[in-house]
Design a protein around this ligand. Structure first.
Ligand SMILES: NC(=O)c1ccc[n+]([C@@H]2O[C@H](COP(=O)([O-])OP(=O)(O)OC[C@H]3O[C@@H](n4cnc5c(N)ncnc54)[C@H](OP(=O)(O)O)[C@@H]3O)[C@@H](O)[C@H]2O)c1
Length: 216
């Protein structure tokens, strides 16, 4: 039976990935502090879509997607509760973008290169299986992007091999090849790819690119 997907996030990433999972045949609940703000989405999305609070969404899900503001991510994991997340794969699409303006198109992070946001989240919910994914590309390109026959690369990281195998399958459905960079610490390298990805956008309004890892 197809997994039930719980998307924590009422923003554009939550909507894009929720619609992607619906397109690929899953049942999807979206979570918010105010589920009422997702009523229009639920009505448009059809019978396999529902809404709830963060903890209701975490309880519903077999696989959770974390798509919330980076500065709120730890609070949302706490609200979703470590108990409801325990044993579940959590796709972590967040980036630790600071509440400070970019410098010449270079975003600022509230984390350091010695500790990623995902490591903090993994510590906050030790029983959950966090996998960094979807963080290094804009939302418009997350689901089956068309690069004229070229398959872009999604960099992933996480401690649990079984969870990463599930994400590998999902990324294949969503039109991505996977580069598994290792355990949660590798998120220290993946999260800053968001900074690089955003520079052409913030400086030249170009947002239609993705990363490709060439292997000889
Ligand atoms: N935008 C992109 O193209 C893109 C691409 C890759 C990765 N990302 C990352 O994906 C994540 C989501 O981005 P987004 O643009 O979709 O949305 P966003 O505006 O960054 O986040 C919206 C979500 O954050 C929650 N939130 C905000 N402040 C909160 C607080 N104080 N306490 C609890 N929850 C709070 C909101 O909860 P409520 O629903 O309760 O309001 C909402 O669900 C971010 O970490 C972003 O860096 C974005």
């Amino acid at each position: 039976m197809a997994e039930k997907i719980g998307v924590l996030g009422s923003g554009v990433v939550g909507e894009t990935l929720a619609n992607g999972f619906l397109k690929h045949g899953r049942e999807v609940m979206r979570g918010s502090r105010e589920p009422g703000k997702l009523t229009a989405w639920k009505q448009a999305a059809g019978g396999r879509a529902s809404t709830g609070t963060f903890v209701e969404t975490a309880r519903f899900a077999d696989i959770v997607v974390l798509a919330v503001k980076g500065t709120a991510a730890e609070a949302v994991v706490s609200a979703a509760t470590p108990a409801a997340l325990a044993g579940k794969t959590v796709i972590d699409a967040t980036n630790p973008i600071a509440e400070a303006p970019p410098v010449k198109g270079v975003l600022r992070f509230f984390t350091s290169l010695d500790e990623s946001l995902m490591e903090r989240l993994q510590r906050a919910a030790p029983g959950a299986h966090f996998v960094k994914a979807f963080s290094c590309v804009g939302s418009a390109l997350m689901v089956n992007p068309d690069f004229g026959g070229v398959t872009p690369t999604m960099f992933i990281a996480g401690n649990d091999a079984g969870a990463k195998a599930k994400i590998r399958g999902i990324l294949d459905e969503f039109g991505w090849e996977v580069a598994d960079m290792g355990d949660a610490e590798a998120a220290r390298a993946i999260e800053p790819l968001c900074i690089l990805w955003c520079i052409p956008g913030l400086t030249r309004n170009e947002w239609r690119h993705a990363f490709k890892l060439l292997v000889k």
